[in-house]
Design a protein around this ligand. Structure first.
Ligand code: AMO
Length: 435
């Protein structure tokens, strides 16, 4: 007897074979003589099983079972026209009769009961795509000769500004959860060349938005002797490669989620580009106002690009857009100044199309010790926490740069999801650290 999964047995080769499937009862429809069970296996695939009703008396939704039977073809069977004519059931556990997840729930309940809601087929599909994002990220970097590294999560200082730091008690010292591995990757390029990592980053984001998590998965890359153009090309190639390979591998999942992928199929280098300065002009022409000290005014040069600005810049476009050359004063201390343009940083953010907003941020790092020290003073950073980082500029400093990509931000775009919480099994936000 063959023990297999549902997806595998949906094949003419199995017709007439006696097999067993392990899984959970997804749906039950009892008739007088026969009961129709939809069994969901451990990969979320469904197979219809028909069994004599006398054998299903105590079965409930989500009971875990092994079911034995002969594979047969019937065009009426859901999900592919194959079913199991079953004759025996082994029960692992009878589920309590009040399983809280059904067809219609409030979003809050689905988050409160996330440990169960992740069994929904929708979440299974999303998680499979997430697995592919991670798989193909690793494959792209490995195939292109980048070395994978890891950086510590417990750190002494901020990378992306103090306002989003999560303080932790670390014996008698103050420490924080890492906002970005960047500074540590910068240290590693001196002995490993181009490096990359994928680690959780933490941000104490106090606002509730559909694109901010307090813990997100951060793919980061750093390399010596690269220009801003090189970094842009690397990101164009990486993002296009990820999308094209995921679309191929996860066709079934995209179909299930009813994601129209025709625009994603066209994602390929080069992406669109606009300078920060031109982006501001464009937003001013569109009349974008921002609230400033309780009065509103037109957006102007020097303002950060808000969620609304990013949305407007790509709303009617199906290509990702790089915004290049932000003013230094709205970028962190490590961004290098463009030699020919005072006050302008060698930095670029990548915005996803159709208003999805920023998915990567990166640029060239300040490699001059004095300039870096000055910027740290301006940002009010405590130098003693960064002496190790400044050593990188004292001992053989080199021009270098890198970028960070938010895995959930990328997924939110490619899955066309409104809320970033739907891209991962256990989201962490301002109001949610349970389950
Ligand atoms: P930044 O802070 O822009 O830059 O972060 C890089 C990318 O990480 C993602 N991201 C987030 N995703 C979900 N929830 C959040 N709260 C969140 N914050 C950021 C975004 C963003 O583009 N060290 C620099 C990058 C660099 O220059 O290398 C950094 O961390 O996709």
């Amino acid at each position: 007897m063959l023990k297999i999964r549902s997806a595998e047995l949906k094949h003419d080769d199995y017709i007439g074979k006696y097999v067993s499937i392990k899984g959970w009862i997804h749906r039950i429809r009892k008739q007088k003589e026969n009961t129709f069970l939809l069994i969901r296996d451990d990969r979320g695939d469904i197979i219809q099983c028909i069994i004599d009703s006398s054998k299903t008396n105590n079965l409930t939704i989500e009971s875990s079972i092994e079911i034995f039977g002969i594979v047969q073809k019937d065009p009426r069977a859901p999900e592919g026209g194959y079913e199991l004519k079953a004759n025996e059931i082994n029960i692992f556990s009878i589920s309590k009769n009040d399983y809280p997840i059904g067809e219609y729930q409030s979003l809050d309940l689905l988050l409160d009961k996330r440990h169960l809601a992740i069994r929904t087929r929708r979440m299974t599909m999303v998680s499979k795509i997430r697995s592919s994002v991670l798989h193909f990220s690793r494959k792209w970097f490995t195939d292109n000769d980048w070395i994978e590294v890891t950086a510590p999560i417990i750190v002494k200082g901020s990378v992306e500004g103090g306002s989003t730091l999560f303080p932790i008690k670390y014996f008698d010292e103050n420490a924080y959860l890492s906002q970005s591995a960047q500074l540590y990757l910068e240290a590693m390029i001196f002995s490993l060349g181009p490096v990359w990592s994928i680690t959780p980053s933490f941000r104490a984001e106090k606002s509730r938005t559909v694109r901010h998590l307090t813990e997100f998965l951060h793919l980061e890359a750093e390399a010596p002797w690269v220009s801003l153009d090189d970094l842009i090309t690397i990101q164009e190639e990486l993002v296009s490669y990820l999308i094209q390979n995921i679309l191929k591998k996860n066709k079934k999942e995209f179909d299930f989620l009813k994601r129209n992928v025709s625009e994603l199929e066209k994602i390929s280098p080069p992406f669109d580009k606009i300078t920060y300065e031109k982006a501001i002009d464009k937003l001013r022409n569109e009349g974008l106002t921002i609230i400033d000290r309780e009065s509103s005014r037109l957006i102007e040069y020097g303002d950060d690009l808000s969620i609304e600005s990013e949305r407007l810049l790509t709303l009617n476009s199906s290509k990702p857009l790089f915004v290049i050359g932000y003013p230094l004063k709205i970028k962190p201390f490590y961004v290098k100044e463009e030699p020919s343009k005072e006050g302008v940083g060698l930095a670029a953010d990548l915005l996803a199309p159709n208003g999805f907003g920023e998915i990567t941020s990166g640029g060239i790092r300040e490699d001059d010790l004095q300039k870096l020290e000055k910027r740290m003073v301006l940002e009010g950073l405590q130098k003693s926490n960064y002496e190790w980082y400044l050593d990188l500029r004292r001992y053989g400093s080199v021009p270098h740069g890198g970028f960070g990509l938010g895995i959930e931000r990328l997924m939110r775009w490619i899955l066309n999801l409104i809320d970033i919480k739907d891209t991962l099994p256990f989201p962490r936000t301002l109001r949610r650290i349970y389950p």
